[in-house]
Design a protein. Structure first.
Ligand SMILES: Nc1nc2c(c(=O)[nH]1)N[C@H]1C(S)=C(S)[C@@H](COP(=O)(O)O)O[C@H]1N2
Ligand SMILES: [Mo]
Length: 314
């Protein structure tokens, strides 16, 4: 069912993936000595993670690319709480995944705290294959299992004054060595407008490749906005808050000139330090053209009409 085709523009991988922040990398090296070796971190017990219930693939969201090999998607990760390298699997594997609760609060009629397994039981889960485009210009195509955020929001009933949704991710100092890098504005908070949250594409994965979501990919529960740069897709979410104020997101606080609130993918708007015209596919290493809204314009372009004065692209 996957569409496989050869592309005329295939070129050998030659470009090194740029890093988010040259400045902070330097700061990091200076502070490296202050980091404890991970073996010294307290280990925490995790309850068992049940397998995912039976579910179907939703064919409405066409990958238009080969699925990234599972091994690549689960071993090349961006998760600063565990470290700034792309190789954080070992650190992430120490994160306790059960019990895991998600608090949904703010401007809602029925605030609630759910166990992740309760949500998996309560809401219709399905598989969707989405492309994910990191602002650093690498990309992957992943079969996520989860539910639409709009289904969860229906349970809590947002009030009429709710205009934004913020996602707060886990802050577990005992297992997250990255939190000791105190110049980062922890916890990782991301946000979107209520219209974006209600859009059918906004997805809350609890699984990947048919299995429960691994810690390094944001297990047990994350958000994915496939039309935005990857930094908007917060991992290991513990709280979802409806608000009337635009949330200040993590990367915006670090470098507002490079990482805006909307952060929609656009090949024609370069990052201040590199082009966004093409992207490197994890696995094959192939370089392919980037598409506006990461190829999801038919679903989301309408969200941004009459917003020309906003900085929509990154
Ligand atoms: N909590 C948290 N969420 C995060 C990040 C992070 O460092 N911390 N990195 C983001 C970035 S920059 C990207 S590209 C994606 C990467 O997701 P992946 O490792 O599953 O590919 O997660 C996003 N979510
Ligand atoms: Mo990213």
């Amino acid at each position: 069912m996957l569409i496989r085709r050869r592309r005329g523009y295939e070129i050998p991988e030659s470009q090194v993936t740029p890093e988010h922040l040259v400045v902070n990398r330097r700061a990091l090296m200076g502070a490296g000595a202050a980091l404890l070796p991970s073996a010294a971190l307290a280990q925490q017990a995790s309850g068992p993670v049940p397998p995912l219930p039976e579910h179907q693939r939703n064919l409405r969201y066409r990958p238009e690319r080969e699925i990234t090999p599972e091994r690549e998607a689960t071993t090349y990760n961006n998760f600063y709480e565990f470290g700034t390298s792309k190789n954080i699997v070992r650190e992430a594997s120490r994160m306790p995944m059960r019990p895991w609760t998600i608090q949904v609060d703010g401007m809602v009629a029925k605030p609630a705290t759910y166990g992740v397994d309760d949500l998996i039981r309560l809401l219709p889960i399905e598989e969707r294959i989405y492309r994910l485009r990191c602002v650093e210009a690498w990309a992957m195509t992943v079969p996520w299992t989860g539910f639409q955020l709009s289904e969860l929001l229906k349970l809590v009933e947002p009030t009429a004054n709710a205009r934004y949704v913020s996602f707060t991710t886990a802050q577990l100092p005992a297992v997250m060595p990255g939190l000791r890098q105190s110049w980062y504005p922890w916890p990782h908070v991301e946000g979107c407008s209520i219209a974006e949250a209600m859009n059918e594409l906004t997805f809350m994965p609890v699984g990947m490749y048919g299995k429960p979501l691994l810690a390094q990919n944001g297990g047990p529960f994350r958000v994915v906005f496939p039309w935005k740069y990857g930094f908007k897709s917060g991992k290991s979410v513990v709280r979802i808050t409806l608000t009337d104020r635009r949330p200040e997101n993590f990367w915006f606080k670090i470098q507002p000139s490079e990482y805006g609130f909307w952060a929609n993918v656009n090949p024609e708007v370069a990052h201040p330090r590199w082009s966004q015209a093409t992207e490197r596919l994890l696995g094959s290493g192939e370089r392919v053209p980037t598409r506006i809204f990461n190829g999801y314009g038919e679903f989301v372009a309408g969200l941004y009409t009459n917003m020309q004065r906003e900085r929509l692209w990154a």
